[in-house]
Each structure stands twice: as structure tokens, then as C-alpha cells.
Design a protein around this ligand. Structure first.
Ligand code: 13P
Length: 294
């Protein structure tokens, strides 16, 4: 079923588990994600960023394809614009048929972040879409932003932000960053801050930069209140490694078989991750109350 993120994330919030939000730029990735969700009987979110949307995974082509695939399975699938910054990108995604948008104005000062988020949240809600926002700032691993505590989310400020904007879930900065960390490095997460954020906000919380964060950290983050985990780098890495290995083993491999190798490697990774964060066989999709998109 093709749905917004709202009901699946509130279910995860009430039942203390997390749903994967996986970046996707083509049909092989969409198939790997949706097949994994169906086989694991798990809710799932498909993400695409404006950069990915422009470079390769054109939104007007991907959205109807994902919607069509989602409608053929029994589990809830949402399609979310990841890190929407420009209003043009966000409204374009809405027009293309996304079921959810993220407005990321986390680089603006507080009042401007509130103003921009309020506007997009009300537009999204009017169209039946969910809206994710970000306060504090999850930066880049290559800039070591994960260690910059001044970027972390302030719980009291977050309370005011959520009340004023009406966002459905909030991306929080607690010590992860996007992309690859230096080899062998595992980030240190501020779990006390996360617990306080959960206690104060009582809404679904989002962890960006899920790749390379370490299994122990991820499991503890879920136990402390994270309900959506964004993963991109690790998925792409699994596809690349499987492709390289298949080519090394058989340089004459048929292109379609190569795509299938990558797809299967991505499925293994996703299914294991779903089990790790507790979404497998968790969502009671037969009792799904929220609206589905036509
Ligand atoms: P990673 O690439 O570090 O997994 O981050 C993904 C992400 O947070 C997308 O919003």
C-alpha cells in the first residue's frame, strides 16, 4: 500500500521500534527495498534527495513507478523527499505524487526555520502528505560535524518548534553525520539528549546518517526513541561491492544479471537492518487506519 509516513511512524513511536528510510535512485533499488519490506512484513520509507532527483532518479519517473510497486504489496510504503530545501523542489515532489516531504531549513536561524517549516507542513497536510523537519543540524561525516555539539538539537527549543510548526516527525542531531566516517571510526551518540528529546516531544524522532553508526549505537538509539533511520551510503556501498565482485568473477557477465546481483546484495543488507531495528513483522498492516493514495 502507498501511504504517508504518518501512521507508520506513530505506530513505531508507540511500540518503540524504527522504520528504515532508504535512499533510492533507480528501479533496482526500488525493487530491492519494496521486496525486502514485503518479505520482512515491514513498513518502509523510500527517500530521494533533490540532488539525487536531479542527477539520476527523476522524480516524475520514479514517483509513479514506486507508487505502482507499492500498491502491489500489502505492507505500507511511503515515498519521501529527503532534505527538501527549496520550495520549488518540494512543491515539484508534491506534484509528482510523493506521499511525504522533508523540509530541511536546519541551516537557518530558529525563527526562519519555524516560518519555512510551518508553511511546508500546512501545504503537505492539506494534500494528505506527511512532513518531516529538522532542528539542530546533522552535517557531514567528512567535516566531522558529528562531533560539533553546538549543532545538536536543544530539547526545549525543539518543543517550541514542534508545537509551532505541526511537523509530523523531527530529525534530531545527536552525534551522527551523513556519509562515510574515517575507516574504523564509530561515532559517539548523545543518548541522554535523545532520551530527553523523546520525553519532551513525545513524537516520532528521526536519525539521519544511519550508515557506519555501528549496530550497538543503532539499537540503543531505537531503544531511546528513534523511529525512522535514514540510510544511504551503506546501501550504495553494498550495491557497488556486489557489482565489483560479480564483474571480477565474470567480466563477461550479462548486464541484467549484474543488476540482479546488486539488487540481491541490497536486499540482504536491508532485510538484516529491518530485523536489527525491530520493524520486521511489527506493523499490523491489516489494521492500517490511515488513508492510502490513489
Ligand atoms: P548516510 O548516507 O550516512 O546513511 O545518511 C543518509 C541520510 O541521512 C539521508 O538523509
Amino acid at each position: 500500500m502507498y501511504v504517508s509516513m504518518k501512521d507508520m511512524l506513530w505506530h513505531a513511536h508507540k511500540n518503540q521500534y524504527a522504520v528504515m528510510a532508504i535512499n533510492c535512485v533507480n528501479m533496482e533499488q526500488a525493487k530491492a527495498i519494496i521486496q525486502s519490506a514485503e518479505e520482512e512484513k515491514s513498513a518502509v520509507i523510500i527517500n530521494i534527495s533533490p540532488r539525487q532527483m536531479k542527477a539520476h532518479g527523476h522524480a516524475d519517473i520514479l514517483a509513479p513507478m514506486i507508487k505502482g510497486m507499492a500498491k502491489k504489496v500489502s505492507v505500507p510504503v511511503a515515498f519521501n523527499l529527503d532534505h527538501g530545501a527549496d520550495f520549488e523542489d518540494i512543491t515539484y515532489a508534491m506534484q509528482c505524487g510523493f506521499s511525504s516531504v522533508m523540509i530541511d531549513s536546519s541551516s537557518y536561524e530558529f525563527e526562519e526555520n519555524v516560518r519555512r517549516t510551518q508553511m511546508i507542513a500546512s501545504l503537505a497536510h492539506g494534500m494528505g502528505l506527511s512532513c518531516e523537519a529538522e532542528l539542530g543540524h546533522v552535517g557531514a561525516a567528512k567535516e566531522a560535524d558529528n562531533e560539533k555539539e553546538d549543532l545538536y538539537t536543544n530539547p526545549q527549543q525543539a518543543k517550541e518548534f514542534v508545537e509551532r510548526t505541526g511537523c509530523d516527525c523531527l530529525a534530531v542531531a545527536i552525534g551522527t553525520a551523513h556519509g562515510s566516517y574515517p575507516k574504523g571510526f564509530i561515532p559517539r551518540l548523545d543518548f541522554e539528549r535523545l532520551k530527553l528529546l523523546k520525553e519532551t516531544l513525545q513524537i516520532p524522532l528521526v536519525l539521519h546518517g544511519g550508515s557506519g553508526a555501528g549496530e550497538k549505537n543503532i539499537k540503543k538509539a531505537v531503544a531511546c526513541g528513534i523511529n525512522k533511520i535514514n540510510v544511504c551510503t551503506d546501501l550504495f556501498k553494498h550495491a557497488r561491492i556486489a557489482t565489483a565482485r560479480a564483474l571480477e568473477e565474470n567480466p563477461e557477465i550479462d548486464y541484467m544479471d549484474l543488476c540482479i546481483e546488486a539488487q540481491n546484495a541490497m536486499k540482504d543488507f536491508i532485510k538484516n537492518y529491518m530485523r536489527m531495528i525491530g520493524s520486521s513483522r511489527r506493523y499490523d498492516f491489516e489494521k492500517h487506519q490511515g488513508p492510502e493514495f490513489d
